[in-house]
Ligand binder design. Structure first.
Ligand code: ATP
Ligand code: MG
Length: 260
């Protein structure tokens, strides 16, 4: 019998709790999921259901109060260059560094590359996101979409085991958002990285993901998991796409009705 494939990332029974002096907020409760190498795994759920908290825990920035997170079978104890994150905010790039320096910085700071190699990798990755001509400008000279492309180039230049993205396109206009989804999928086709992608858009989840975990709120739990590899931007108007979107909508809506 062939050995079972081990998931790259295992979230086992994870409860995340924020304790303040006045109260304890439970962000997730005994949440479990498996992400396999090359997955485009989407965490979908309403505001406050613990998506960002879970991503922080995957990044090693938030320690589970219960359960554990394994990467390649090894417990995650803290942040590491094998997991890098891209956030929604346009200010995630230090403004005093040029675009190229921004992309080089984590490579240098983590010791993953020397200056010459970091420069080469930065240039190659900036070319992949169409920003080679902007390598010497500063972030304030870029549009929101361009800033997010730099953040993606910076993350992928690290060649992480897992790319974590927390609503990276949510602050963009609809057209740019669509274009960025397309570009992300093209990058994935070429580089086949493992992606964990947070969104509260059903359409974005279906387009970007090959698997979707639907989370229920207060505290976050996995309500359902489904495959969505058959969808891309071109299938958005199709009856199948609409049916899948409606099914997810019902799952999200029902969970709200039952949690009131
Ligand atoms: N630093 C913190 N201190 C205390 N409570 C927090 C903190 N961060 C998040 N929470 C709480 O944890 C719960 C989950 O928050 P989280 O930010 O993970 O949700 P989310 O699904 O990412 O929401 P959104 O879609 O609005 O980004 C919420 O009830 C929130 O109030
Ligand atoms: Mg969030």
């Amino acid at each position: 019998m062939p050995a079972a494939i081990q998931p790259l990332l295992q979230v086992q029974d994870v409860s995340l709790i924020y304790a303040t002096s006045r109260q304890k907020v439970r962000a997730t409760h005994r949440l479990s999921l498996d992400v396999f190498e090359g997955d485009r795994f989407v965490l979908l759920g309403a505001s406050g259901c613990g998506k960002s908290s879970l991503l922080k825990a995957l990044g090693g920035f938030l320690r589970p109060a219960q359960g554990r997170i394994l990467l390649d079978g090894q417990p995650v104890h803290g942040p590491g260059p094998d997991r890098v994150a891209v956030f929604q905010e346009f200010d995630q790039l230090p403004p005093w560094k040029t675009v190229r320096e921004n992309v080089m910085f984590p490579l240098l700071a983590s010791g993953r590359a020397g200056r010459a190699e970091a420069r080469e990798r930065a240039q190659a990755m900036l070319a992949k996101v169409g920003l080679a001509p902007f390598a010497d400008v500063h972030p304030h000279q870029l549009s929101g979409g361009m800033k997010q492309r730099v953040a993606i180039a910076r993350a992928l230049a690290m060649q992480p085991r897992v790319l974590l993205m927390d609503e990276p396109f949510a602050a963009l206009d609809a057209l740019t958002r669509r274009q960025m989804q397309q570009e992300l999928l093209a990058l994935w086709e070429e580089l086949r990285f493992t992606l964990v992608f947070v969104t509260h858009s059903i359409e974005e989840a279906l387009v970007v993901g090959n698997r979707i975990a639907i989370l229920s709120p207060h505290p976050g739990r996995v309500r359902a998991e489904l495959n969505s590899h058959e969808f891309d931007l071109s299938s958005q108007g199709s009856a199948q796409f609409q049916a899948a979107a409606q099914r997810i909508h019902r799952l999200l809506f029902e969970q709200q009705a039952t949690s009131i």
